[in-house]
Design a protein around this ligand. Structure first.
Ligand code: SAH
Ligand code: SF4
Ligand code: F3S
Length: 473
């Protein structure tokens, strides 16, 4: 039944892609030049992967890809709402887009993603941003072609937001940003309801994909030149628990590990409350699964962790880190930390600093708590004053830098396998690559190396990255 729904939903989209294509061909002839589309992504890896799907459909329709909004005939913002400043960025840029559209009568502007799942945002766009042509959310990403068609034929603003997923439609064309690596969704949504977090509200309940679909997708990607996949889920450790035939994350990893031609496997994000020894053993026994665990702490205070609904204590988190290091002695552990959660005291904050020192993170993403309307934390009293939060944030950053720089240095002098990802932004004649521990290294080399896995000698640690030199194998 599910399959039939998916098949007909897919066929419907293919039909609308065809219709839009005809429209675009006509338009191109009419104005005597090709039409350009720009997909702008905010937020996390999930959004980045969704954007590849959007761009795939836009190219199929006939748009040429550009990164320059000012010369685009179709601009889509794939938005994030995890923190307030993510929203502010979007509104800021929309103002500019309005002016671009004034000069280009063929231009269409679309907005989708997590921010669009918030009713007050959609209301604001409907009322105050009438020049936005198409609005849709996280659950109907795959239906963009139909919405473009509706916009073209109706001539008026199209808004289509769903409360949840009806179908998962995966087989539409996608256009990868990197030919050699790709994100792969293994599950959608989140059931954890951490009290500060908007994600469960905008991404819905957890749904795992069937292992065979995931494996088929990865096999196709490998045939298409992909060497590294990043398995994506908000809490990968709960993968597969609700499938008709339940499968654990460890089992899934084992199956993916067998895929021939695939060279590297990453995943994001495990949850400290759920990570299992078996998963770590699969990583230890695999040559492909990368030596890196992103392990979000959020706070080091057991009292705050409880208020955050994270379901682990400071001690438990540290025990889990110990278990990880026991099974994977050389692993790189990174984390996310929030400062200024409601009611955070100096003592709570010191617990966070203590965990940073004890866990020895290779790096940490640090965030100032952002009040998200609709989440339980937004209604909590004792929101921490801004100056106190700023001061703590700076102290945390200083500690993270100190600890990480000291710890990351341990690889100095080693020869490491590196997947070359692109030209170095800062130095001509240099390229940048990623080790399996996720740390970046810059070294002299030319563009022909991009997409290859090479051996690099790590000459010098520069804080969060290395300078190295290519070793001939
Ligand atoms: N599923 C992942 C996180 C996804 S959101 C996990 O459970 O770890 C990415 C990060 O954004 C979170 O780890 C958290 O540190 C941060 N974050 C989420 N909501 C936030 C908020 N309201 N204010 C500040 N940071 C937040
Ligand atoms: Fe948000 Fe928590 Fe779910 Fe992560 S696990 S997405 S922080 S609710
Ligand atoms: Fe990701 Fe932001 Fe949505 S972090 S899931 S894009 S709210």
């Amino acid at each position: 039944m599910q399959e039939d729904n998916n098949t007909s939903a897919l066929e419907e989209q293919l039909y609308y892609i065809g219709e839009c294509k005809k429209f675009l061909e006509k338009k191109t002839k009419e104005i005597g030049r090709p039409l350009y589309a720009c997909v702008h992504t905010f937020g996390c890896q999930m959004n980045a992967r969704d954007s590849e799907k959007l761009l795939g459909v836009l190219k199929e329709i006939g748009y040429l890809e550009t990164e320059d909004e000012d010369k685009s005939d179709f601009v889509i913002y794939n938005t994030c709402t995890v923190r307030e400043n993510a929203n502010l960025k979007v509104y800021g840029r929309l103002g500019h887009l309005k002016n671009v559209k004034r000069k280009n009568p063929h231009m269409l502007i679309a907005m989708c993603g997590c921010m669009m799942q918030e009713p007050d945002v959609v209301e604001k766009i409907r009322d105050s941003y009438k020049f936005v042509d198409i609005v849709f959310g996280t659950f109907n990403i795959y239906a963009m072609a139909k919405l473009i068609y509706n916009r073209i034929t109706s001539g008026s603003q199209v808004i289509d937001i769903w409360e949840k997923t009806k179908d998962i439609v995966e087989e539409l064309p996608t256009e990868r940003k990197f030919p050699f690596k790709s994100g792969v969704n293994i599950m959608y949504g989140c059931n954890n309801f951490c009290t500060y977090c908007i994600v469960p509200y905008v991404r819905g309940r957890e749904i795992s994909r069937e292992p065979k679909d995931i494996i088929m997708e990865i096999e196709r990607l490998v045939k298409d030149g992909v060497k590294e996949v990043m398995l994506l889920g908000q809490n990968v450790d709960s993968y597969g628990k609700t499938l008709d035939n339940p499968v654990s994350f460890a089992q899934l990893l084992r199956e993916i590990d067998k895929i021939e031609g695939l060279e590297r496997i990453r995943f994001m994000t495990p949850h400290p409350k759920d990570i299992e020894e078996e998963t770590l053993e699969v990583i230890r026994d695999s040559k492909k699964i990368c030596n890196h665990i992103h392990f979000p702490l959020q706070s080091g205070s057991s009292r705050l962790l409880k208020l955050m609904n994270r379901k682990y204590t400071k001690e438990h988190y540290l025990e889990q880190v110990e278990m990880i290091r026991r099974i994977l002695p050389d692993v790189s552990i990174t984390t996310d930390i929030i400062v200024g959660f409601p009611g955070e005291t100096e003592e709570d904050f010191e617990d966070t600093i203590d965990v940073v020192k004890k866990a020895k993170f290779d790096s940490a993403y640090t965030f100032i708590y952002s009040k998200r309307t609709g989440t339980p934390a937004a209604r909590m009293e004792n929101q921490v004053p801004e100056d106190v939060v700023k001061d703590r944030f700076n102290r945390l950053l200083a500690t993270v830098n100190e600890v990480s720089h000291e710890h990351i240095r341990r690889y100095e002098g080693m020869d490491m396998k590196v997947l070359v990802e692109g030209k170095d932004d800062h130095e001509e004649g240099f390229v940048t690559g990623r080790m399996t521990n996720n740390i970046l290294v810059h070294f002299a080399g030319d563009e022909s190396l991009i997409g290859q896995i090479v051996t690099v000698h790590l000459d010098e640690c520069k804080g969060f990255y290395y300078m190295g030199r290519l070793i001939e194998d």
